[in-house]
Ligand binder design. Sequence first.
Ligand SMILES: Cc1cc2nc3c(=O)[nH]c(=O)nc-3n(C[C@H](O)[C@H](O)[C@H](O)COP(=O)(O)OP(=O)(O)OC[C@H]3O[C@@H](n4cnc5c(N)ncnc54)[C@H](O)[C@@H]3O)c2cc1C
Length: 385
Amino acid sequence: MSERIYDAIILGAGAAGLMAAAHLKRKSVAILEHNPKPGAKIAISGGGRCNITNAELSPSRYLGDPSFIESVFSQFDNHDLIEFLHRHGLEPVVRKENQYFCPDRARELIDTLLRAGSGGDFSGNEFFYDTEVNGVVKENGLFAVDSSRGIYRAKKLIVSTGGLSYKSVGAGGAGLQIAEAFGHRVRPPNPALVGLTLQPEQAWMRSLSGLSLPVEIGVGRRVLKEDMLFTHKGISGPAVLNASLYWKQGKIVVDFLPKKRIKTLLKSPTKSAASQIPLPKRFVRAFFDSLDIPNIPYKEMNEIQKQRLSLLKSYAFAPAGTFGFTKAEVTKGGVDTDQIDPYTMQSRLTEGLYFAGEVIDVTGEIGGYNFQWAFSSAVVAAKSI
Ligand SMILES: Cc1cc2nc3c(=O)[nH]c(=O)nc-3n(C[C@H](O)[C@H](O)[C@H](O)COP(=O)(O)OP(=O)(O)OC[C@H]3O[C@@H](n4cnc5c(N)ncnc54)[C@H](O)[C@@H]3O)c2cc1C
């Protein structure tokens, strides 16, 4: 319990909360976190190396209002982030295509953010760990945060409690409940960047557990190009994780032979069609069996068999669901952006109330886009305060 009145309180010491704390200069700030340590999700991200951002930043890589996202990035983008990290002693390295990672361990990013937000202009930052936030009210112009350590009060409040996925590292719905308590619309949270489960008609894919293929997946108007991994639970891998971001219900369409034409591949009049398809034998066998396609040359197939074979280029099916919040890297949905000012991240309904990070209805593809969003929105909120 604290009798002090802080200039600001930050809810959650994750990516957005730590970045906000590192930009609230010359302020008294209480950062409340229910974990015993900061940045639990950062620590496990990107295979332990944290994919911090991407060289190709664009609102088209996000689910959310593009003009809202653009406005936020116009104030702090991937170049500003890299420059900030350099200034504080971290040199991210490009590993996969355009993705920036920590040189060694994700811990380096957490340490950098903590360093940037301590001492000098930031000696007013106080971190309170093992502190569960239960709710917030605004009384007499001050936010009163009800926590497991008692009430904390401040003039401004940043809600950066993240999403619902990975409860095991501290995720929870407190931020969404606080937003709703202040009258904000919350778009229903759903797991995203997550594997998809299968209907009985696609049970043949289960036998391919462990196999990975480059594919193109169509979901609505989006086409996701990357690898697809077959697992005992369903399908996963980067292409599927990204597809899950845009998938609501209904069909997705998989091209198992991207950039290839079936007729060009199956030229030989004598060799069986199966033997000419440049995909793992295990896959071809399961695919042919599932659709009852005989192992004969293409020329000898009837129209129905040829049509079935053409599904290698456009296999449409409706996944049953997702692997759920326990496996999802992020939560899509969240606080509706219509009621937040993108130039300040301040609530349009309550003065002094700010949002940052995954709690907002903006969700990126894999590739560092979600940390970039958390950092950009946090900087905008902090600078505006
Ligand atoms: C396994 C995994 C790997 C990932 N890898 C990447 C990657 O490589 N690149 C990328 O861009 N994104 C990645 N992500 C997504 C990324 O981690 C999140 O989008 C990002 O952390 C969101 O930042 P945030 O600050 O909004 O939320 P968080 O980082 O989740 O921080 C929220 C904080 O609030 C705290 N909190 C929540 N409720 C309460 C409460 N009631 N009281 C007190 N404290 C509370 C939480 O403990 C947490 O510390 C990954 C996610 C997972 C799960």
